[in-house]
Write a protein that binds this ligand. Structure first.
Ligand code: FAD
Length: 321
């Protein structure tokens, strides 16, 4: 996989008056994670399974009859053609708004835990004026933030986030007019309006509410959920992609350890994954304050924290030199 962290990365906190201060680099927040693109992960995984695993594109499950030893799945293609097939185990790895979860476990509302924030993410069409390639920035105010994440060899990603009492109600709305209204008086140096111009010219965006998924069990009969569908940690954890891949590996190991006992393997999988998921779900509400402060105190605390992180890193660097 390509490493997408720019070599000369720097992060800036841009204030309402247009001034900027250097802050800690978000990609080095804990244990110096490396920036990778979701698309790069998909491509790498694709190369790993090509011609070994049958993949059917444009095909979705529309019904699942769950049994004690098998599950019967009805699949539908884009042309509306249906086939029904039996499987020893069905794994729903179909994301936070999982269809497999809806078909077998229940409606989204039964498992969603709202963080009270909305996000809109998309690639910027051009660099932010007045900043270098490799620069990231945050324009933050109470209950609303724009963060720009720089990527090596790819356009930077813009991430608008804001707090709202009923995020699910906003999800179907037009992101452009909604964001224009919410960020109208935060257009520092035209950064917001230029980013929104870029949003108006792309179809490649995500506008959604941020939901944690919490479930008492991740399997039922012969159907298992894995990744965001089972435990969505949200973007605030920074661990969603890793947790999904780790889930795949842990499940593979559990099935290998219990070759003739799928129930035993599912139990083993759940026992191994629960502590990790619990740990990362615990502080999501608090971590969301780093991205979208809910009040003035959080806004101030967040700024102080980024400054401390930056200073401590400089100190560690000098010490090691
Ligand atoms: C803005 C944003 C930033 C993020 N930043 C980070 C980060 O920095 N670090 C990190 O680790 N994580 C991050 N995440 C979280 C991360 O993207 C997810 O946790 C991760 O992609 C989950 O993987 P998944 O395979 O479980 O689900 P997904 O990646 O959502 O994949 C689900 C797949 O299922 C397919 N699918 C859905 N429904 C159906 C259906 N009915 N039939 C067939 N296929 C279907 C979808 O097309 C998709 O390909 C971020 C998320 C967002 C939204």
């Amino acid at each position: 996989m390509e490493k997408r962290t720019p070599a000369n990365i720097r992060f800036w906190d841009v204030r309402k008056d247009g001034s900027r201060r250097r802050i800690a680099d978000l990609t080095q927040e804990t244990n110096a994670p490396i920036a990778v693109l979701r698309g790069d992960i998909e491509e790498a995984l694709w190369h790993g399974i090509e011609e070994k695993v049958e993949v059917r594109f444009g095909t979705v499950p529309v019904a699942i009859v769950n049994g004690a030893t098998q599950a019967q799945v009805t699949l539908q293609t884009e042309d509306g053609e249906e086939t029904t097939e039996n499987y020893d185990l069905v794994i729903g790895a179909d994301g936070v708004r999982s269809t497999v979860r809806k078909l077998v476990f229940g409606p989204d509302e039964a498992f969603f835990h709202s963080i009270g924030t909305m996000l809109c993410a998309f690639p910027l069409a051009r660099p932010v004026e007045g900043f270098n390639a490799g620069d990231g920035l945050m324009v933050a105010d109470v209950k609303r933030t724009l963060t720009v994440f720089p990527l090596e060899g790819r356009p930077s990603t813009a991430l608008f986030s804001y707090r709202t009492r009923k995020p699910e109600k906003v999800s179907g709305k037009d992101p452009l007019s909604t964001l224009r209204q919410i960020f109208a008086d935060l257009d520092v140096n035209g950064i917001i309006s230029k980013a929104l111009e870029d949003l108006s010219t792309t179809d490649d965006f995500l506008f959604d509410s941020v939901q944690m998924v919490k479930m008492p069990h991740w399997s039922k009969g012969r159907v298992l959920l894995l990744g965001d569908s089972a435990w969505c940690l949200t973007l605030y954890s920074g661990m969603g992609a890793s947790a999904g891949m780790m889930g795949g590996q842990v499940l593979g190991e559990a099935l290998a350890a219990c070759p003739r006992d799928i129930d035993g393997a599912l139990k083993l999988f759940e026992n191994r994954m629960r502590p990790f998921v619990r740990k990362h779900q615990k502080f999501i509400a608090l971590r969301s304050q780093l991205f979208v402060p809910s009040n003035r105190f959080s806004l101030w605390g967040r700024r102080v924290l980024w400054q401390i992180l930056l200073r401590s890193r400089k100190y560690l660097f000098r010490k090691s030199v």
